[in-house]
Ligand binder design. Structure first.
Ligand code: PEP
Length: 249
């Protein structure tokens, strides 16, 4: 019922030239059908990716956005600017943005709403720190992030959202959550969405796991009923790995 999604997050990697070469290589591969592929790239790479993937089903997304539409916000990029480029997705609330750039739950909410208003889909990231996991507070922490991020978003929009559960201790560390733990947290997020909206909305929303996902682990992860896909950093940087992730999803 929910189409699986494998979203790559390139972070601050790949020059324009490298992005073009990645796209050319990826286009030589036969990507498995029935799995949605999306690449979230640095802003400067977006026009080249949008151009290369134009006639394909591969979607392109940004990794950040500012919530105002235009104005005196030096260095920022707005949602309408991204939409005009043909973007489908924008990652909001990635833990690196929260931790390194001080983004708050309120910022994540405003950014997610701006993305929706511009006709795109936010991939809203939530997740706990290692300390919160060890102290047993992780379910409450993530539920709080979900509630804050979704504030003021209508039920119609909420059903189309993507939420990525990314435990911070698993991002870029090689230390992945077990597939059962990932599934349990995705289920807990879905029940939070049901509490905030209704069962129909909760059944529609796609919930991804992110944190050191590799081609070798994707199949087991995707066998879990509440995991609808993955947000993948390191393993999305090589066309052959990304193709293998899609094949295993
Ligand atoms: C990410 O950047 O969202 C991520 C999950 O990274 P990695 O796959 O490298 O852990």
């Amino acid at each position: 019922m929910r189409t699986p999604l494998i979203a790559g997050n390139w972070k601050m990697n790949m020059t324009v030239q490298q992005a073009g070469a990645f796209a050319d290589e990826l286009l030589k591969n036969n990507l498995k059908e029935g799995v949605e592929a999306a690449i979230c790239a640095p802003f400067i790479d977006l026009p080249v990716l949008a151009g290369k993937f134009k006639e394909t089903d591969i979607k392109v997304g940004a990794q950040n956005v500012y919530f105002e539409k235009s104005g005196a916000f030096t260095g920022e990029i707005s949602a309408p600017m991204l939409r005009e480029l043909g973007m489908h997705y924008v990652i909001t609330g990635h833990s690196e943005r929260r931790e390194l750039f001080g983004e708050t739950d309120n910022d994540v909410n405003k950014k997610s709403r701006a993305v929706l208003e511009a006709g795109m889909t936010p991939i809203i990231c939530v997740g706990e720190t290692e300390e919160e996991r060890e102290s047993g507070q992780y379910t409450a922490k993530v539920a709080g992030q979900v509630t804050a991020a979704l504030e003021g978003i209508s039920p119609e929009s909420a059903g189309g959202l993507v939420i990525a559960y990314e435990p911070i201790w698993a991002i870029g560390t090689g230390k992945s959550a077990t597939s059962d733990d990932a599934d349990a947290m995705c289920r807990s997020i879905r029940s939070e969405v049901e509490k905030l909206y209704d069962k129909n909305t909760a059944d529609r929303v796609r919930i991804l796991y992110g944190g050191s996902v590799k081609p070798a682990t994707i199949e087991e992860l995707m066998s879990k009923s509440d995991v609808d896909g993955a947000l993948v950093g390191g393993a999305s940087l090589k066309p052959e790995d990304y193709t293998a992730l899609i094949a295993g999803a």
